[in-house]
Design a binder for this molecule. Structure first.
Ligand code: ADP
Length: 495
């Protein structure tokens, strides 16, 4: 009967212990529960839970918060040997139970019973200590896990914050072409569907080629550099895309380039002016100093040279003035109606001597009868002279069949003049640049071929003022074709 009552008491204790254990969320709660139940079980004067060094973590009952040195050394002995100890106390038996798991000491339960500690209570406490150790270890693991989880979250938040301070837009994209991660700059820009489209394109390219892709992009007047890089996350292939606004860098580059070209231009123009001036000076000096010794034919020859060189100077100054008019938007057209074929023949005629001096043949081809046009004849003449003289200037020295051909053709919308040569050609990478102001390509840079780098800039401006366009087809070492399209009726619309 007595045994029945004892087992019932133990059963009730264990039930309440398990109930309490299921509710604890941290080690402190567990210690409190353990102390409470132990107090009930053994009718204790005091009970504490300490760390393995004997520092009290939680205490209940009539007791100093610090253990005496003697008790501390007993705690030490028990934890070293992983075994409980009992010793007589002032009010009953002092008991020490190490709380250990897999030989690792997690803490110590220490207390004093009121009166002698019954043997069955000691056994029950041993079991309680063992169970508490397991729960305590789990709780510590749980707390550690939570700490690590928080640390990971914190690191992630920190990284995100760093990525948000970047001026670049950053986005990681999965196989389904949907963003899996992005920084705030990208989110701001992603509202623009053009960006999304470009990101998709580069991602697809990286997936297709498996290699890093770098591109430049122009959007709404701004320039962007866009880089796609392979990325692997948890075994899944992704692409990391970074977009940087490089408009300022580009603009700086452009200004530096213009500055460099301007310097070259000044050197070039000085050279271009000096050559005819030197000739004029030398011939006129000879004329003055040797007028009595020269025969008539030589004198006429000298004067012709002086005249031709002054024409050259005049052309140069005209070109510079035209350029300055263009810069100030002061170039005005004076339209008349004329036959383009007449103009072409006239231009070719006036260039014959220059072509001959370079060993080039000038040809004319008429592919249409519809050659009347209303335009500024003087300006169109200037365009054609520039194109034909470029064709002659940029010929291949070693070619015995050099030619420049002017073809007049028409379509429903345009009257087109094509100036074709079989000269040195223009490399693909500079084809767009030849129309830029001051631009001079290749060998034209060292004064081998005369020029200012303004001819095509002026030609383009004149053609565009007529509502037309100038385009170019060229292959290195094969030759070039410049197409000048004048829209039919554009002039009438304007008028
Ligand atoms: P310039 O002839 O005074 O240098 P342009 O504006 O007429 O200036 O031409 C710009 C550049 O374009 C030239 O320096 C040359 O490199 C290139 N170019 C123009 N026309 C031709 C051509 N027919 N064949 C090859 N290169 C050409």
């Amino acid at each position: 009967m007595l045994q029945d009552v004892a087992s019932k008491k133990i059963f009730i204790l264990f039930s309440s212990f398990i109930r309490e254990m299921s509710n604890v969320r941290n080690p402190e709660d567990l210690m409190k529960a353990l102390v409470r139940i132990t107090t009930k079980l053994a009718n204790c004067a005091w009970v504490s839970v300490c760390d393995p060094n004997g520092n009290v973590k939680f205490a209940q009952g009539n007791r100093d918060s610090e253990l005496s040195e003697e008790l501390k050394s007993m705690v030490h002995w028990s934890t070293q040997n992983l075994t409980p100890s009992y010793l007589p106390g002032e009010q009953g038996t002092i008991f020490i139970y190490p709380l250990s798991k897999a030989e690792k000491i997690i803490g110590v339960m220490i207390g004093e019973s009121l009166g002698e500690l019954p043997i069955e209570s000691a056994d029950t406490m041993r079991i309680l200590a063992f169970l508490s150790s397991t729960v305590l270890e789990n709780l510590e693991l749980y707390v550690e896990l939570e700490r690590q989880h928080n640390a990971v979250e914190e690191t992630l938040r920190y990284m995100h914050e760093i990525l948000n301070t970047f001026s670049q837009m950053i986005v990681a994209v999965g196989k389904d072409l949907k963003p899996v991660f992005s920084n705030i700059r990208y989110l701001d820009q992603a509202k623009n569907p053009l960006f999304e489209e470009e990101v998709k394109k580069i991602v697809q390219k990286v997936f297709e080629t498996g290699t890093r892709q770098i591109q430049e992009l122009e959007m709404n007047g701004n320039f962007y550099s866009i880089v796609g890089e392979k990325l692997e996350y948890e075994g899944e292939h992704q692409v990391l895309v970074t977009l940087a606004d490089i408009t300022n860098t580009k603009e700086l580059e452009r200004l530096k380039n213009i500055d460099k070209m301007k310097t070259e231009f000044v050197a070039n123009v000085s050279h271009e002016l000096r050559t005819p001036l030197s000739a004029i000076k030398a011939y006129s000096e000879t004329l003055i100093s040797s007028i009595d010794d020269l025969d008539n034919a030589t004198m006429v020859d000298f004067l012709k040279t002086i005249y031709n060189e002054s024409l050259h100077l005049e052309r140069l100054l005209e070109e510079l003035l035209d350029f300055s008019r263009i810069e100030q938007h002061m170039l005005k057209l004076e339209r008349t109606t004329f036959d383009m074929m007449d103009l072409v023949r006239d231009v070719v005629h006036s260039m014959q001597e220059f072509a001959k001096s370079r060993g080039a043949e000038l040809l004319v081809e008429q592919e249409t009868q519809d050659t009347l046009i209303t335009a500024d004849q003087r300006r169109i003449r200037q365009v054609l002279i520039n194109l034909v003289s470029n064709g002659i200037k940029y010929c291949k020295k070693d070619n015995s069949e050099k030619y420049v051909k002017v073809i007049v053709q028409s379509s429903e919308d345009f009257l087109t003049v094509v100036v074709e040569d079989n000269g040195v050609g223009i490399p693909k990478q500079i084809q767009e640049k030849v129309f830029e102001k001051f631009f001079r390509g290749g060998s034209s840079l060292n004064y081998e071929i005369e020029g200012t780098g303004l001819g095509l800039t002026i030609a383009k401006e004149i053609v565009e003022l007529h509502g037309g366009q100038i385009r170019l087809e060229s292959e290195e070492q094969k030759g070039s074709r410049f197409f000048v399209d004048f829209p039919r009726g554009a002039d009438k619309h304007e008028a």
